[in-house]
Design a protein around this ligand. Structure first.
Ligand SMILES: Nc1ncnc2c1ncn2[C@@H]1O[C@H](COP(=O)(O)OP(=O)(O)OP(=O)(O)O)[C@@H](O)[C@H]1O
Length: 511
């Protein structure tokens, strides 16, 4: 009896200390532990903090069964980060934090022997080689550029996550005015898609998105297997919900069945993967799909950045096409320095200028791990790295895309390696060089965004519309990684004889 009372007392104290870290809106979200909950939050407003505390609180109070508590996110890094934060809050280790792909893979491996006698398919090791083979067979030519293979692979992945079957591809292209890559006409592209599937199946291989498709198929088939998978998920939390694809949406519907214990969190202004099939539609329409909601919460206090950075971020979105669906961020931190925009004569001067500024920051006491140089594309990074080396600054190029293709590292071993390598780097303290995409979800005291010119941000200067808006959001994501100082730069250097000087990005804020 005494023991029980002590336990209850301990749990309450623990719960109160978990909730004490939250502001009133975050706390409201954490306390809504049953039923559908939507949290729409701006950058730096504590999305991850809120959902991890919510999970830890509900488990500490004994309201949720940790063994049936599942948190899903989009990258291995984000899942690892979530697991670490949950551990830090004392959540039981049986709470699952994983990516869509690793969870689906885990579920399929568990039930496979009950479904078929054939061994579990292998994952395609070289999707590029398989795509090339499919293209060669359809086109009857091997004269195919690497970039064409890459673009076709991306198109196959896009069609899959968008739930578009090869037999419907031509119709979809007509309806959406979609132009297939590699100069293929829609009919040819559909043939390549079909051939890719045949090549894969004949080797008993599956690709990344097949894991989700097969999981959907298994869950769609009524019976004990589907029920047992579903019964493992009682409380489902999904981070970065603005990045959901139709395929992931289908899977989560099937995971839930009649269960309505779902909490989603996202920021429509951070949708930067539309090109790969992600859409913030599901976040915006969550209330129609799952309502009535137990809580529908907006978080707009940015705890990360100075008012200057936040002011800049708000202004980047001010002329956006759908600005009404984006959150206006409020600042709570003390004022810092103004956002700096610098024009350099050429790319080399820009790289050197940025490296020198970082060297100065380091001399003034900043830590290397607090500095990041963000680029729009990987190709910009060579000059930056060279300039950092010339200044004797250690750096790490972040290759992890932060997107789905890293989910395969979800084996315990892969995760351990990843965490060890990250920890090693973190101990040493290095400057991060990363694309904006790969920096999503991270924060640094000092952020340098280079190449803020037309052609880079926005990339290839798309016509007004969705592609242009995605580029605007990308700059917003980059800007909001900065805590204390933000430095934007571009070079005016000519692209070649007779070509005009580069222009500053239209997204840069003046005044
Ligand atoms: N209630 C709070 N009090 C103090 N600091 C907070 C609070 N909520 C969040 N923070 C801090 O604000 C920063 C952003 O929090 P978090 O990483 O959870 O945000 P996020 O919404 O996931 O960010 P983003 O979407 O921009 O990647 C972190 O440094 C976090 O510790």
């Amino acid at each position: 009896m005494g023991k029980q009372a002590a336990t209850i007392g301990d749990v309450s104290t623990q719960s109160e200390s978990i909730l004490a870290d939250l502001d009133p809106s975050q706390r409201e979200a954490a306390l809504a532990v049953e039923g559908p909950v939507r949290i729409i939050a701006g950058a730096g407003a504590g999305k991850t903090r809120t959902i991890t505390h919510r999970i830890a609180y509900a488990c500490a109070e004994g309201i949720w069964n940790p063994d049936r508590t599942v948190a899903v996110t989009f990258s291995v890094k984000a899942a690892d980060e979530m697991r670490l934060r949950l551990q830090g809050l004392g959540a039981p280790a049986t709470v699952s934090a994983s990516t869509f792909h690793s969870l689906a893979l885990q579920q399929l491996r568990r039930v496979w022997h009950e479904l078929c006698e054939t061994p579990f398919p292998m994952l395609v090791e070289k999707p590029g080689a398989l795509t090339f083979r499919a293209m060669k067979r359809v086109l009857r030519s091997a004269d195919i550029e690497d970039s064409e293979v890459r673009d076709v692979m991306a198109e196959i992945a896009w069609a899959k996550v968008s739930l578009i079957d090869p037999t419907d591809y031509v119709k979809v292209c007509t309806a959406l005015h979609r132009v297939p890559p590699a100069n293929l006409d829609p009919d040819r592209m559909a043939q390549v898609m079909t051939m890719f599937e045949q090549e894969k199946t004949s080797r008993n291989q599956i690709d990344f998105n097949d894991m989700l498709l097969i999981a959907c198929h298994v869950l769609q088939t009524p019976g004990d297997v589907a029920n047992s998978i579903r019964s493992d998920i009682r409380h489902l939390t999904i981070d970065e919900y603005q990045d959901l694809s139709p395929l992931q949406h289908r899977l989560l519907q099937l995971w839930l069945g009649d269960n309505r214990n779902i909490c989603v969190v996202g920021d429509p202004a951070q949708t930067i993967y539309s090109f790969a099939g992600a859409t913030s539609y599901y976040l915006g329409h969550f209330d129609e799909e799952f309502g009535p909601l137990s809580a529908d919460i907006t978080l707009n206090t940015d705890y990360r950045s100075t008012p200057q950075v936040i002011g800049y971020a708000n202004k980047v979105l001010q002329s956006a096409q759908h600005r009404e669906s984006y959150i206006h961020l409020d600042a709570v931190r003390d004022p810092g320095q103004r956002v700096q925009t610098t024009a350099y004569t050429d790319d080399v001067a820009e790289a050197r200028g940025v490296a020198r500024r970082i060297a100065k920051l380091l001399r003034e006491g900043a830590h290397m791990k607090d500095c990041a140089v963000l680029t729009r594309i990987n190709a910009q990074q060579m000059l930056i790295c060279r300039a950092l080396r010339a200044e004797g600054i250690r750096y790490r190029v972040r290759t992890e895309s932060g997107w789905q293709n890293v989910a395969l590292t979800s084996t315990a071993e892969g995760r351990k390696d990843l965490m060890e390598s990250l920890e090693q780097h973190e101990d040493q303290g290095v400057v991060t060089v990363s694309t904006i995409h790969a920096a999503k979800g991270l924060e640094f005291a000092h952020v340098f965004i280079v190449g803020c010119s037309e052609g880079l941000i926005p990339f290839a200067s798309p016509a007004a519309g969705d592609a242009l808006e995605e580029e605007r959001r990308l700059l917003y994501v980059g800007v909001t990684r900065a805590g204390d100082s933000l430095h934007l730069s571009f070079s005016r250097g000519t692209a070649g004889p007779g070509t005009p000087d580069k222009q500053a990005s239209r997204f840069l804020v003046h005044g």
